[in-house]
Design a protein around this ligand. Structure first.
Ligand code: NAD
Ligand code: USQ
Length: 402
């Protein structure tokens, strides 16, 4: 298939682009390289030495014999160019990864809140109107998040895949209705993903666009079979307090002898997926588009874990200590999380789990590049609790230990 990968230079987009290319799809990446620019702004760098996009693509051609196209384009601000690119390439499928994706960065300041909403909402809406304007018959696959459901809202009831059946009282009894699961975002970033959902529902209903929204859990791991073929293809590894996600942060922290930074008691339960499964799931979604004008929602996660259990697992395996830090976020201290992912399993996903030795892969990557780490960037400095402005305000609190 001819596939456009929007955000194809990022942590999920790069390995997915190579995976799809390796599987015989014809890939063009669109990216404005904003993620690399934010690293410059935050004065941090990927733990792994990622190469410029042109070099990445040239090396992939050398090792695979396959071409991947690249177009530098800002989806949020370059609408006419987007339409021209769509008309030129005439993709059969589009994978949309191109949003500002860090919750802490989105809560860092008034500027980053506004940037995250402007960038994400405009990027998604521009894409939808461009698809309507060009009239292309495309299957759109968007990377959403498990965080649209929020945590703890439904207690121990399993989280369904996107929709909930509710009973509405009527004068004569009650009616059953299927609604989008109530949105319960925990950050401005997560809020943009809930707005994306509404835009998808509207354009699917009104214009018949074929859309799949993947509600993805926290991605961990670094390498895939494709990115490990040459060091110059290596994927990015974020460890800083804004962009580093929890499990990769724990692996990196253990590798450099930093205590594992558990927020609060570590009673938060979250959904996880390995980067290899991200790429597999995207291909499954691209090749199985919805058949009608209802947005197809799939929960893209393979397992759930309590953060403290993860920290203990990493601490035991690597000899690290655990630090219980005051939580900079506004979130439930503890929650249960049971998630349905029946659709991906039925479509053939064979999940990669934490117990399959992949923790060692993460540990090896973290250990190999630990000399590149800047320990001053580890503690989360974005504080979104009312009355607290900096991480220093937060450090005056002594959290309860479990
Ligand atoms: P990332 O920041 O590494 O990659 C996003 C890419 O999109 C970057 O290369 C960036 O330059 C590009 N981009 C952003 N705005 C753009 C714009 N306006 N125009 C063009 N390009 C733009 O993020 P990631 O971790 O690869 O996440 C990709 C997607 O998956 C995001 O939408 C994110 O919300 C979702 N997701 C990620 C995770 C995770 O754990 N990383 C989990 C669930 C969902
Ligand atoms: N946490 C710690 N210690 C840390 C970092 C995080 O205890 O050092 C905690 C956080 O307080 C939170 C949990 O770990 O309770 C998850 O944090 P995270 O930064 O790993 O993940 P999150 O902010 O939820 O965002 C990430 C991606 C985002 C994606 C989301 C999927 O950055 O793009 O949408 O995971 S989900 O969480 O399922 O919504």
């Amino acid at each position: 298939m001819r596939v456009l990968v929007l955000g194809g230079d990022g942590f999920c987009g790069w390995p997915t682009s190579l995976y799809l290319s390796d599987r015989g799809h014809d890939i063009t990446i669109i990216d404005n390289l904003s993620r690399r620019k934010i690293d410059v702004e935050l004065e941090v760098d990927s733990l792994t030495p990622i190469r410029p996009i042109s070099e990445r693509i040239a090396v992939w051609r050398q090792v695979s014999g396959r071409d991947v196209g690249f177009i530098s384009l800002d989806l949020a601000t370059e609408y006419d160019r987007l339409v021209a690119v769509l008309e030129d390439i005439r993709p059969e499928a589009i994978v949309h990864f191109a949003e500002q994706r860090a919750a802490p960065y989105s809560m860092r300041s008034t500027h980053t809140k506004r940037y995250t909403v402007d960038n994400n909402v405009r990027a998604t809406h521009n894409l939808l109107t461009a698809l309507v304007q060009t009239g292309l018959d495309v299957s759109l696959v968007h990377l959403g998040t498990m965080g649209v459901y929020g945590y703890g809202w439904s207690g121990s009831a399993p989280i369904p895949e996107g929709y909930l059946t509710v009973k509405v009282p009527t004068p004569d009894g009650e009616l059953e209705r299927e609604i989008l699961h109530p949105a319960n975002p925990g950050s401005v970033y997560h809020m943009t993903k809930t707005l994306d959902q509404l835009m998808f529902a509207f354009y699917a209903k009104n214009d018949g666009l074929r859309i799949t929204d993947l509600h993805q859990g926290i991605v961990w791991g670094t390498q895939t079979d494709q990115t490990s073929r040459d060091e110059r293809l290596i994927n990015r590894f974020d460890y800083d307090g804004d962009y580093g996600t929890v499990l990769n942060r724990f692996l990196m922290q253990a590798a450099i002898g930093h205590p594992l930074t558990v927020h609060g008691t570590g009673g938060q339960t979250r959904a996880f997926i390995h980067i290899r499964d991200t790429a597999r799931c995207v291909e499954i979604a691209v090749t199985n588009p919805p058949e009608d004008d209802k947005v197809r929602v799939l929960n893209q996660m393979t397992e759930t874990h309590r953060l403290l259990d993860l920290a203990k697992m990493v601490a035991d395996a690597m000899g690290a200590e655990i630090a219980y830090l005051p939580n900079p976020r506004v979130e439930a201290e503890e929650n249960e999380l049971i998630v349905r992912n029946d659709q991906f399993l039925a479509l053939g996903l064979n999940p990669t789990t934490l117990s399959e030795g992949l923790l060692e892969e993460g540990r090896d990557v973290a250990a190999r590049y630990r000399h590149r780490a800047d320990p001053t960037k580890i503690i989360a400095r974005s504080v979104w609790r009312a009355g607290m402005e900096t991480a220093d305000d937060l450090m005056t609190e002594v959290p309860d230990q479990p």
